[in-house]
Design a protein around this ligand. Structure first.
Ligand code: HEM
Length: 143
């Protein structure tokens, strides 16, 4: 729902081609709308619902987002020019979030969390999230 790069990085078609009946001439600037993919009701049911478990597969494994193999979700793009830092990015985000959740009890200061975004090359929140963070470990561990 909230990809870091809503249209990935602009690409250019080297050759003319046809995709889904649309003719793409050579030299066309191409934007991949991953933001739209994440909100497409033909792909996802109840798109607005926060349900991370929708990304678990029937065999208990997770959808592998860093390979760009599943075209329903492409936060790192796909193909030859996909993000080479995807596995590191996923690990860093997980580690940072894990530390923040382990070290603090978090609570939003406003009842309604505003999830609107600003569109651009990257997609930051329109309004900052204001929260309280209460340490949950021994205080000497926070130096
Ligand atoms: C969660 C973190 C990250 C996200 C969401 C992300 C996302 C992306 C996206 C969407 C692209 C454009 C792919 C395309 O051209 O269609 C990209 C390209 C790229 N990313 Fe990342 N990235 C992340 C972390 C990293 C890290 C940690 C590194 C390096 C250590 C990295 C290095 C690159 C490079 C070099 C490219 C250009 C690849 C090319 O044009 O051939 N990224 N990234």
């Amino acid at each position: 729902m909230h990809p870091a790069g809503p249209f990935l990085i602009p690409h250019e078609s080297l050759r003319a081609t046809t995709i889904n009946g649309y003719h793409i001439p050579a030299g066309t600037r191409v934007f991949i709308n991953t933001h739209g993919l994440g909100r497409n009701e033909e792909i996802w049911d109840n798109v607005e619902e926060f349900r991370p478990e929708r990304h678990w597969l029937d065999d208990g494994s997770r959808v592998e987002i860093s390979h760009g193999a599943d075209f329903k979700i492409l936060p790192f793009s796909a193909g030859k020019r996909k993000c080479p830092g995807a596995p590191l990015g996923v690990t860093l985000v997980l580690m940072a979030l894990a530390r923040l959740f382990h070290c603090f009890d978090w609570a939003p200061l406003e009842e309604h969390v505003d999830t609107r975004e600003v569109y651009g090359m990257t997609m930051p929140k329109a309004e900052p999230l204001i929260v309280s963070a209460r340490p949950r470990l021994a205080i000497n561990l926070y130096n």
